[in-house]
Design a protein around this ligand. Structure first.
Ligand code: GDD
Ligand code: MN
Length: 396
């Protein structure tokens, strides 16, 4: 499927990870993982910079994970002849997961306990690699982020004010969505970081996110995190591969990460439900003004709220879970659940007041909470979870 090439490297630099039983990486050794997509004009310079600044301070190996359509792998193989450390190229015929998938692939192939991920276009200075690892060792950290946003760092090489603004906004959004897990990480979008292999969980390596650092910080939760400032350099040659499509993919990914646990999903479900009051009340207002009696108007207006909630929930919350049922099936189920909620609430209030002796206000509040939780659990189970008995059947 993919070809691999390993340049010999100098003896004694790093134990050959493929020889069984000898996999005892020297303390402080590092595997540098570099994802590349058409970087033939940059990789020679990158290897040169690594040669200049890393092996004298820290034994290293370099693993390129390449999805190029140009001659990047050949250029790497040639340049590797001059390198005093092992260089591996994993060329993938299928670029599964793009940049994030490539990084995961490289991490799996890494032979040392410390892994540094960096770009192949020389925007990340290799001279920082030994510092990242040394800082991690000293602080006994699992993750060391090279940050543009702490004292001593800068994003000098980020081309154009538009990119700067986008990067800033994305960082702010990401940090506010994960205030606890990203505590201590000022630059969660950085593509330059060191991580201990033993701190990476299988869970983090499974999904193929675009921003791999975010994924690792949120899913793996390494023991401790520190940062080292760095100056984001100009690209050595060529242009950035990031596109607005990738930006949208990132936002979807962020939503997916944020709603991975059920409690967070319930909160988002509730917030979406609250916004549903707006179309509901607007419709009620319009219909009663048009002369409709308020009771039938209530019922119809409720459907506006239900439709609004359904659209948002489909787009934002259960985006990845829609394939188990046909959309018409989901619509009918969702509408039934939402209306059952309305129909059930009154008898439930009557029960709480009549049988359990609650006052009307607390009974109403309790009924609201109960029907909300039931509706959330019901929506997950009956609309968006895979059906149990359908394994034998084919997908529609
Ligand atoms: N294997 C592989 N597959 N590599 C890829 C792919 C892909 O689909 N897409 C991009 N790359 C490689 C590029 O060749 C480069 O080495 C590295 O990933 C970063 O790509 P750039 O196109 O240079 O990204 P950037 O400079 O716009 O963004 C960088 O800075 C951002 C912070 O502003 C990256 O480091 C981002 O991760 C980071 O968020
Ligand atoms: Mn770049």
């Amino acid at each position: 499927m993919s070809q691999e090439y390993t340049a010999p490297g100098a003896p004694g630099e790093l134990g050959d990870p493929t020889v069984e039983g000898v996999e005892v990486p020297e303390p402080g050794a590092v595997t540098i993982v570099v994802p590349t997509f058409n970087e033939s004009a940059n990789v020679r310079q990158l290897l040169h910079q690594i040669t200049e600044s890393v092996p004298s301070r820290l034994p290293c190996e370099v693993v390129f994970v390449d999805d190029s359509t140009d001659d990047t792998p050949q250029v790497i193989e040639e340049a590797a002849q001059d390198c005093p450390f092992p260089v591996t190229v994993i060329h993938r015929d299928q670029p599964v997961g793009g940049l994030g998938g490539a990084v995961v692939e490289g991490m799996k192939a890494a032979g040392s306990d410390w892994i540094v991920v960096m770009d192949g276009d020389c925007q990340h200075p290799p001279s920082l690699v030994p510092d990242l690892v040394a800082t991690g060792e000293r602080a006994n950290a699992g993750l060391v982020v090279a940050s543009r946003y702490i004292k001593g760092g800068s994003r000098a090489g980020l081309a154009g004010s538009y990119r700067v603004a986008v990067s800033r906004a994305a960082t702010w959004l990401t940090k506010s969505l994960f205030p606890r897990r990203l505590h201590g990480i000022s630059d969660p979008m950085s593509g330059f970081f060191a991580i201990r292999r033993s701190d990476i969980t299988a869970e983090a390596l499974k999904p193929l996110g675009y921003k791999i650092l975010l994924e690792l910080a949120v899913r793996s939760r390494p023991r401790a995190v520190t940062e080292v400032p760095f100056v984001f350099q100009e690209r050595f040659a060529g242009e950035s591969k990031s596109t607005s499509a990738e930006g949208r993919r990132f936002l979807r990914h962020l939503a997916g990460l944020r709603t991975a646990d059920p409690l967070a999903r319930m909160v988002v479900f509730g917030l979406i439900g609250l916004t549903g009051f707006v179309p509901n009340l607007l419709a009620l207002w319009a219909m009663t003004r048009a002369g409709l009696h308020y009771l039938p108007a209530e019922i119809v207006a409720n459907q506006f709220g239900v439709a609004w909630n359904f659209l948002l929930i489909e787009k934002l919350l259960f985006r990845d879970r829609r394939r188990h049922r046909h959309w018409a099936d989901r619509t009918v189920r969702f509408a039934l659940l939402a209306n059952a909620d309305l129909v059930l609430r009154i008898p439930l209030i009557a029960l709480l007041v009549g049988q359990f002796g609650l006052a009307v206000l607390p009974a109403t509040a309790l009924a609201l909470v109960i029907t909300f939780v039931l509706r959330f659990v019901g929506t997950e189970a009956l609309v968006y979870l895979p059906r149990r008995s359908r394994t034998a059947r084919s997908t529609a």
